[in-house]
Design a binder for this molecule. Structure first.
Ligand SMILES: [Zn+2]
Ligand SMILES: [Zn+2]
Length: 1316
């Protein structure tokens, strides 16, 4: 490693790298631990890079957090202060303020950026951080600063636009005042209006219409401007996903014109199609896919592709399978079958017919044997030599050893006549044994077709064949055999049609046997093609004749996809000769085909769910893009909790866009893309970089679309609010024209209180921006690492068996384990909602309290005022309060304004600066400022009032109305609600969410969620530990796997969850190199291990076993997880050996078999809980070892050959007896290891095994090995047992020399399986 490091950096001139080596050596101790725990990072340099990156990351976050961004919360306040303090108010001025503020922000942010850069640089130099890493964080910094600046600019923009709108509205209202001023100068017109209220209203409506039009015009201008700004803002957060497209402008315009302003919740209209149509050109013009080749980054998809085609086709469809691989292939089946009548004729036909039939085939066997017997001596000798050879040698080495054995035989013949004689007897015996074997094979057909017969007669037949007393003369032997056969034949029942088994285990064993021995049986074949496996299965089930063998192959659906045949062959078999064609043609074709597919027909259920049913046709692209749309929509909207669901179409609230929300959505989309890629990987392709970017860019457009709609909805609301002012304005208009002073005064009092109330609320928002920000920041404490730690504790560690003490139901716990991302997402949503409610309550109460207190104070002042005015009768005119100079020619309005100023000062307890105007002595008391309470908050802003509103015509009705309005508003304040969105920091809730959810990737081995924070370039890690693989249903036989990813051995064989491919752990880790499976710190590692052990052992484990039991409908055994890795679990296994010692085994073959058996025991011996039985069989069977611990010396003596015929039945009877005898000894497994060199009849004893109880059957495993190349009987046994759920396997054409290796392998495989 160190050498690599030095070689790597010798070529570079950067000396800091060498320095970092010396630094590394200084810290060798701490680093050494890291090296030990990180075998994944083989490169030394990579290791250093990782550590430095971690270091820099932490520092970066810390510096960034230390920066004070709270000035963002003051933006609105500052703008308002500036505008208030300036007497001149017009659009140019507002624009100037906006520009100034933006410039100010730019400077501020760039200062912050500079500041952070300096600190990072200092840190880099101090810690010798590589330049590459440093630059990476500089880039991140500039992106963050930039998007924060863009955010702030939107705040400025919105605030300025609010002010502008208010200004605009006020200007509109001024036209009402101007109109009144105009007609009041024309007494005739005034008189005419006064008489006719209808005319007043008409005039008002005309003016109002103009005002509204102008206001709406302005609103929509602002909206357009806002949308464009938002687009820039959002796309700046999307920099890393930016798609290069020439159509950007087109998309913006299309969305602005056709999409953004419509409600996305309309029932009658589905905008997904419209958006798709806008975006489709991107999918048509850019290359969307790339092939999976063996690069590091595509390896995990390669896993999917490398599965054989049948497995890929078998996987159940999900919504991600927008292209279904099943459509591209067909099932071709070749069937060998017999017609029922043919079969019945064949087994019943009597010998007079002489042409075909079972008996004719029997006669042929006898004739052949007779011919052999009568062969000339030389040939016969040769035959005998063959027999002898077959007897003592393994068939494989036949070629080489033939010569030597042949000469050996010559020697026997010439040198030792005694031995030769002996040999002749043996070979004669062998001859008749062969007849027996052939007859058994001939009769196997009865068992294959399950034809019933009298088994006693069958035994008679066998005995006749093997009876030495008939052997002397062939003709009488034949006669005896045929007689016995005919008797047996009479007992045959007619063939009864059975259901065809769905699975076909037989390979071609049966057909070969029938073809070879039952030559007279007429076989037929047929070939059929099906598009779906289900059709094929149905066809087989309903096939009218008796199927003996079927041969299924998958072939490309070339009738539909002629031009794709080569590509499809490549996808099926990955032959490199087709690879080039695949690469050139397929992607292009696939991309186009996705437009042509009609998913609506194929995915009917899905269509219903997603509301696709209203479309005529849905292609695969639409399927995918619609689903992405839905994912974003559900993230952007939150269902309204409140009851006002009258118009269900629009009641959903839309989240405010911000960087965190975008990140949340992007991390979700990232997972979606991974899932789509896993589906495309079936075809050997995945989305290209551009393909992914298209999805991201499309997602961005959707986010933008919702954001704009939200704003548009806000505009709608403000138009409604504007409309609600109409009535008040009309009343005022009428009163002003009629010069009804009492009415005027009342309306002015109402306007004053309303205005004040509104201003106070606005002030409250501005005043609390900072406090709100702090409050949110205080809540933002939990990272996803901490959250998982907490949940592990409350959900897993504190598991309660008692239902009443349970905080989480078992179902919830299982969800936490099996679908952690979803669980955490829901949990966090809930938590954040809670925080939101808390904060809302807090500030809403504060608002109500403050409102109440300030209104009460004013009310007290009003009561003070009323104590003077209430006694006035009639009310005193405004002018009369003042001492009038002789030459004063100011009109009434002048004094009405003065009075207003004066009274407001009194009511708000402000300073009185009215020295210029003397107040009549008798009224001085009313205006004595000291008798009024002071109101601390100065929010009265004259510029928010119309000129005409700043007057008091008559003080008495004004005061009375004030009092009435105050009471109304005091009541209103009690229920005043707060809109959190008006606080800039409100969007930080999304940040809390993002931080708590963190990264969404899950461990490919145990499904545990990565607990690091969300970012694009981190290595995934479960720093709270991985979970036991068994928790997610990974079973080893019937015990959950007790290992976690962080403690697995490099050499362990692991099956991945999705593809079920078995690989060494170290190789899997290479594929998932974006994961760090082990912790960096040894003590942490130990703590985590103990934690997971505790979790498993104290309740959760047992609960999960219970759940798995119900889910999988099989017996699951709970086993404690052990602390010490070196104490390996010793599973209780019973091994039963079944050894053939018939005559044909004599010689070397027996030696091999025996040593194979003993060698295997050597392996078994390692497991102290294992027991061994040995059954040796020929025509009879004997149990020589009965369930004992291995003792090689003793056992060697007991395994001895005795010779004889071959019968499986008695052997299986012994095995069955052993199982019954030891059934109460709690063996986890019974492994039966069976070996024979020949054939025998099908044993009826197998039936007993089928009748064992289910749980017992599930623990029996039968491994048969036979020298026969066509071991039909064993094949039938294996089929029968598999069908009744006893796992069985058969190796044919097996060589005895292989026995030790094969059996030892079985033993060690099962043993290690149970271990891991
Ligand atoms: Zn894991
Ligand atoms: Zn991660």
């Amino acid at each position: 490693m160190i050498k690599n490091f030095i070689i790597k950096f010798q070529s570079q001139t950067d000396t800091s790298q060498m320095q970092s080596l010396s630094l590394f050596i200084q810290n060798i101790n701490t680093n050494w631990q890291t090296i030990c725990n990180l075998p994944d990072l083989l490169e030394f340099a990579e290791l250093i890079q990782y550590k430095q990156d971690q270091l820099m990351k932490n520092k970066f976050e810390q510096i960034y957090d230390d920066q004070n961004f709270s000035f963002k919360n003051e933006i609105a306040n500052e703008i308002n202060d500036k505008i208030r303090s300036n007497p001149v108010k017009n659009l140019t001025f507002f624009n100037k303020i906006q520009d100034e503020k933006n410039e100010d922000l730019r400077i501020r942010f760039s200062q912050i950026e500079q500041d952070i850069q300096d600190k990072l640089l200092a840190f880099k130099q101090d810690k010798q951080i590589q330049k590459k890493i440093y630059l990476k964080y500089l880039k991140q910094l500039s992106q963050r600063i930039n998007s924060s600046l863009k955010d702030s600019e939107v705040i400025v923009f919105e605030e300025i636009k609010n002010i502008e709108r208010e200004y605009q509205n006020k200007r509109g209202f001024k036209s009402l005042d101007d109109f009144i001023l105009g007609i009041s100068k024309d007494p005739d017109q005034l008189a005419q209006f006064k008489e006719n209220e209808g005319e007043i209203k008409a005039a008002f409506n005309k003016l109002w219409g103009d005002i509204t039009r102008e206001s709406e015009q302005k609103q929509s201008e602002i909206l357009q401007e806002y949308s464009t700004k938002q687009y820039q803002c959002i796309s700046s957060s999307f920099n890393e996903y930016k798609l290069n497209t020439q159509n950007e402008q087109l998309y913006i315009t299309s969305f602005l014109e056709n999409i953004n302003n419509n409600s996305p919740f309309r029932q009658d209209f589905d905008e997904r199609m419209q958006i798709y149509n806008i975006f489709e050109k991107e999918l048509k013009s850019q290359v969307q896919f790339r092939p999976i080749f063996n690069t590091k980054e595509t390896m995990r998809y390669g896993e999917v592709f490398l599965q054989n085609l049948e497995d890929r086709m078998k996987r159940p469809n999900t919504k991600y399978d927008v292209m279904d691989i099943k459509n591209y292939y067909q099932f071709q089946i070749k069937v060998y079958y017999v017609e029922k009548k043919t079969l019945d004729d064949y087994i019943k036909k009597d010998k007079k017919d002489k042409k075909e039939g079972l008996i004719i085939d029997l006669i042929k066997i006898l004739e052949r044997s007779e011919n052999n017997q009568n062969q000339p001596k030389g040939k016969q000798k040769q035959q005998q030599a063959d027999q002898y050879l077959y007897q003592c040698l393994d068939v494989n080495s036949f070629g080489q050893q033939y010569e030597s054995v042949n000469s050996q035989f010559q020697q026997y013949e010439n040198v030792n006549p005694h031995i030769q004689q002996q040999f002749n007897v043996n070979t004669q015996n062998q001859q008749y044994m062969n007849v027996n074997t052939q007859v058994q094979k001939l009769l196997l057909l009865l068992d294959i077709f399950k034809i019933k017969y009298d088994s006693k007669l069958r035994i008679d037949l066998v005995e006749t064949i093997q009876d030495p007393q008939w052997w002397k003369i062939w003709s009488s032997y034949n006669k005896q055999v045929i007689n016995a056969f005919e008797k047996f034949q009479e007992s045959f029942k007619e063939f009864k049609k059975q259901k065809q088994p769905l699975m076909d285990f037989t390979n071609d064993t049966f057909i070969k046997n029938i073809k070879e021995y039952n030559k007279g049986l007429e076989l037929k074949t047929g070939q059929y093609i099906f598009s779906a496996l289900k059709e094929l299965e149905e066809f087989i089930q309903n096939f009218e004749h008796i199927i003996i063998y079927r041969d299924m192959t998958i072939i490309p659906n070339s009738s539909r996809y002629k031009q794709l045949e080569s590509s499809l062959k490549y996808i099926q078999r990955k032959e490199s000769s087709f690879q080039e064609i695949f690469r050139l043609n397929f992607i292009n074709w696939f991309q186009t085909a996705m437009f042509e597919e009609n998913q609506k027909l194929q995915q009917n259920e899905n269509c219903q769910q997603n509301g696709f049913s209203k479309f005529q046709q849905i292609n695969s692209w639409q399927m995918m893009y619609f689903s992405i749309y839905d994912a974003i929509k559900s993230e952007m909207t939150k269902a309204h909790q409140e009851n006002d669901k009258k118009d269900n179409s629009d009641s959903e609230e839309i989240s405010q866009q911000n960087t965190s929300l975008i990140k949340i959505i992007m991390s979700k989309i990232e997972q979606e893309i991974i899932n789509y890629n896993k589906s495309f990987a079936n075809f050997g392709i995945i989305l290209s970089g551009i393909g992914e970017r298209c999805i991201y860019y499309y997602s961005m457009l959707i986010i933008w679309r919702f954001t704009c709609y939200k704003k548009g909805k806000g505009v709608q609301e403000s138009i409604q609010k504007f409309e609600s002012l109409k009535e008040n304005q009309l009343q005022k208009f009428i009163a002003d024209i009629k010069q009804n002073k009492t009415e005027q005064s009342k309306l002015k009092a109402e306007a004053f209180i309303c205005n004040f109330y509104k201003s106070y609320i606005q002030y409250f928002y501005r005043d609390n921006q900072t406090t709100f920000g702090t409050e949110i920041k205080n809540k933002n404490k939990m990272t996803s690492t901490e959250l998982i730690k907490l949940l592990d504790k409350t959900i897993l560690e504190d598991y309660q068996k008692d239902n009443q003490l349970k905080k989480y139901s078992d179902e919830q716990i299982v969800q936490y384990i099996t679908d952690q991302t979803q669980f955490i997402e829901n949990y966090v949503k809930n938590e954040v909602d809670k925080i939101e409610v808390e904060i809302k309550d807090l500030f809403e109460n504060r608002l109500r309290k403050n409102l109440n207190s300030i209104l009460e104070k004013i009310n007290a002042n009003v009561q003070q005022l009323r104590s003077h005015t209430d006694i006035q009768n009639p009310p005193i005119k405004s002018k009369e309060y003042f001492v009038n100079n002789e030459n004063d020619n100011s009109n009434d309005e002048f004094y009405e304004s003065k009075l207003f100023d004066l009274i407001i000062s009194c009511l708000l307890g402000g300073q009185q600066k009215m020295s210029k105007f003397q107040i009549q002595k008798e009224y001085e008391e009313i205006f004595s400022i000291d008798s009024y309470q002071k109101i601390e908050v100065n929010i009265f802003d004259k510029s928010k009032f119309q000129e005409s509103e700043l007057q008091i015509q008559l003080l008495q009705p004004f005061a009375t109305e004030l009092s009435k309005q105050l009471n109304i508003h005091i009541q209103k304040a009690k229920n005043e609600s707060l809109s959190l969105e008006k606080f800039n920091s409100y969007q930080e809730l999304q940040t809390i969410k993002l931080n708590m959810i963190g990264c969404r990737h899950t461990c490919p081995m145990c499904k545990r969620k990565c607990d690091q924070s969300y970012s694009n370039d981190h290595k995934h890690k479960c720093s709270n530990g991985h979970q036991l693989r068994g928790m997610n249903g990974v079973l080893i036989e019937n015990t959950p796997s007790l290992f976690t990813c962080d403690e697995m051995d490099d050499e362990c064989l692991i099956e991945t969850l999705e593809t079920k491919v078995r690989k060494k752990w170290k190789d899997i880790r290479k594929i998932y190199d974006d994961w760090i499976f082990k912790g960096l710190d040894e003590t942490d590692q130990q703590t985590i291990k103990e934690k997971m052990m505790k979790v498993w052992n104290q309740g959760t484990g047992q609960m999960i076993c219970q759940q798995l039991k119900t889910l999988l409908k099989k017996d699951i055994k709970f086993v404690l997880k052990n602390n010490f890795q070196d104490v390996i679990r010793q599973p209780k296994i019973h091994y039963i050996f079944m050894l053939d010692d018939s005559g044909s085994m004599r010689g070397k073959r027996w030696e091999y078999a025996k040593s194979g058996c003993l060698g295997c025991m050597l392996e078994i011996q390692k497991n102290l809980n294992a027991r061994v039985s040995v059954i040796i069989f020929n025509s009879y069977a004997r149990t020589v070892i009965n369930c004992e611990s291995v003792n090689l010396v003793e056992m060697e003596k007991k395994i001895q050959l005795s010779g004889g015929g071959t019968d499986f039945g008695r052997a299986f009877q012994e095995t069955f007896n052993l199982i019954i005898q030891h059934q109460n000894e709690a063996f986890e497994k019974t492994e039966i290891l069976f070996y024979t060199d020949g054939e025998a009849a099908y044993p009826q004893q197998i039936k007993q095994f089928k009748e064992l109880p289910e749980h017992q059957k599930a623990r029996i495993f039968l491994h048969c090995s036979s020298e026969e190349s066509n071991a039909t009987t064993l094949q039938m046994i294996v089929n029968e047992l598999n069908a009744c759920l006893i796992k069985s396997e058969l190796k044919q054409k097996f060589q005895v020399t292989e026995l030790q290796k094969t059996w030892a392998e079985i033993v060690s495989r099962e043993y290690h399986n149970l271990k891991g």
